[in-house]
Write a protein that binds this ligand. Structure first.
Ligand SMILES: [Zn+2]
Length: 62
């Protein structure tokens, strides 16, 4: 069984980041920092039945 992790590209620099995922069904939103440029990234992930259906990545906005 693989660890619940998603891969996404930084919207600022394009670096490939990984983030742990809450595998519960639903929409999860959180903010993480790019490992390369350290800028804040807003993640929105939709999960159903333990599978990732959709990942939205955008620059964090205040
Ligand atoms: Zn970056």
């Amino acid at each position: 069984m693989s660890a619940p992790v998603i891969e996404f590209n930084c919207p600022y620099c394009g670096y490939s980041n990984f983030s742990p995922l809450d595998p519960l069904t639903g929409v999860h939103q959180w903010t993480t920092d790019c490992e390369n440029c350290c800028r804040p990234i807003a993640l929105r992930v939709r999960v159903r039945g333990g599978e990732v259906e959709e990942i939205d990545v955008s620059p964090e906005q205040d």
